[in-house]
Design a protein around this ligand. Sequence first.
Ligand SMILES: [Zn+2]
Length: 251
Amino acid sequence: MSNVVSEIRCKNCGAPLDLHPGELLSTCRYCGYTAVVGADSTFQLQHSLILNQHNAASTTDILQDWMRSGFMKPGDLAKKSNITMLELRYLPFWLVPLTATSNYEGVLERISPPSQRKGTIENSYDWLVLGRKAAEFPTRDYKVPVEGKIPFDYSKVEASAKFLNSEIENTEAIAHAKDEVEQHHQFLAKQEVDRLTNFSTTFKVEAATYLHAPLWFAQYDYKGRSYNAIIDGSSGAVLRADIPPVDFKMF
Ligand SMILES: [Zn+2]
């Protein structure tokens, strides 16, 4: 049986596309052409790339500096650990610029007697949505380094890196962003009232940007166990890293 997925070709240059099940957007590794899989129209949205500024050596240095610094880490972490995996991956994101206006009504109960309150929360965001479904990524901790953003150019993608396509489309990304912003505003409203009786949000959404950003995924061993870390390939910041538990000495 032939593999149907591998027979999809780039509409721009005819090269075979490296697509995996579930991916809804494709980016051609030869010409950089980006399209919605199966759609006849061309991709209308802006596609950007964040440049990678790091290599395996500098990423290892960053991780070892992280191991040596800060409290709550075993003192011998840098010395006794062993980096077992270090891989650059370009992850797909949607950057959704939106302004959200939430009107709320509620009851403030923490001060007696309870009183009715109402108010408005209005904020503008560049809300980031990861384009992968079954993935864990600290999206809220990740600030896209917008200064390092260029129009997408496949020749600037490191050849040895893993390149992941988006599994969600523009409209789904926007819906996702709205949901998360609304939840965030509910959280803010609950700082003002203890019980919400009315809450509604309206959105002004601008065109979303599709972008690929370089992230270094690392794994290290320490005392027989494996831990994960993610490092921003643009800024070199440690986005998230597991810390082994410190052995407590009894006094
Ligand atoms: Zn192509």
